[in-house]
Design a protein around this ligand. Structure first.
Ligand code: G1P
Length: 297
């Protein structure tokens, strides 16, 4: 019988240098889209997929994340006193059952693969999910839920994927694909950040994975890869080379690269427009802005 996926790793140790100076004193995962931090979107998606154990791989300077998922007795008491039920309700999404969330530190920035490896003892010998909070995915059915459902059929490793422009392969893990059946694509190999000239395809890894514990074992032994870092892509690739069944899922939904300023801005606009309480006015405001070029006339 296939094991259910109940644990998810959230690699949140990155320095967030692309957003300096904002990230000088706040973790980038606390940056907000409308009124929720990036990490909240990732946690909500995990919960929707049935995840009940949340493992954060953090680093120095990330304590705001721990406080975010803790109770805030003074704030709650104040809101209760003032009868602010809606705000108390908003805080509920940040509540975690005691023991459901664990924090492990990655002491040195040695790459995504190394970050995942740091969580190995908490994962144990069962399939697990990895969610990169930089990749925010808007979808009717949350992306990880789509993956858990597909994984119940495929087993093995399952990776979220989407097509990218040929010139963009150097920014992603790129999949060597077999013949697709619907949205599921068998994966015969993977390369981290290849030049377009040598990329096996334009099918790129997006930050959602369901992996077998064998990938963790591979992380023990693989060498540093692209960018001088221990790459998760390489550990999965080693698993495939040993015959592990691995699929990519062309998920349904829109992915925003909130690790980049442009992507973050796009997500802010899209999520603002999608909010019933803000969208209509916001749309009118956007319509009223001078079109590109017009301002210069
Ligand atoms: C990481 C992975 C890469 C993947 C990407 C998706 O890269 O290493 O394989 O395609 O996330 O966002 P990063 O963007 O952290 O450099």
């Amino acid at each position: 019988m296939k094991q259910r996926v109940t644990k998810a790793i959230f690699p949140v140790a990155g320095l967030g240098t692309r957003f300096l100076p904002a990230t000088k004193s706040i973790p980038k995962e606390i940056m907000t889209l409308v009124d929720r931090p990036l990490i909240q979107y990732a946690i909500d998606e995990a919960r929707a997929a049935g995840i009940s154990e949340f493992i954060f791989v953090t680093s120095r300077g990330k304590s705001a994340l721990e406080d975010y998922f803790d109770r805030a007795p003074q704030l709650e008491a104040e809101l209760r006193r003032k009868g602010k039920k809606d705000l108390l309700e908003a805080l509920r999404t940040t509540e975690m059952v005691s023991g459901a969330i664990a924090y492990i530190r990655q002491q040195r920035p040695r790459g995504l693969g190394h970050a995942v490896w740091c969580a190995r003892r908490l994962v144990g010998n069962e399939p697990f999910a990895v969610i990169l909070p930089d990749d925010v995915i808007a979808a009717d059915k949350p992306c990880l839920q789509q993956m858990v459902e597909a994984h119940a059929e495929t087993g093995g490793n399952l990776i979220a994927a989407m097509d990218v422009p040929p010139q963009a392969t150097g920014a992603y893990g790129i999949i060597d694909p077999g013949d697709a059946v619907g949205r599921l694509v068998p994966v015969t190999g993977m390369v981290e950040k290849p030049d377009p000239a040598v990329a096996p395809s334009t099918l790129a890894v997006v930050g959602r994975y369901i992996l077998t514990p064998d990938v963790l074992r591979n992380l023990n032994r693989i060498k540093t890869g692209a960018g001088g870092e221990i790459q998760l892509t390489d550990a999965i690739s080693a698993d495939i080379a040993e015959g592990a069944r691995t699929h990519a899922l062309r998920f349904e939904g829109q992915r925003y690269d909130c690790g980049s300023k442009a992507g973050f801005l796009e997500a802010t606009v899209a999520f603002g427009l999608a909010r019933p309480d803000l969208g209509p006015d916001f749309a009118r405001f956007l319509d009223s802005l001078p079109r590109h070029g017009a301002a210069a006339e």
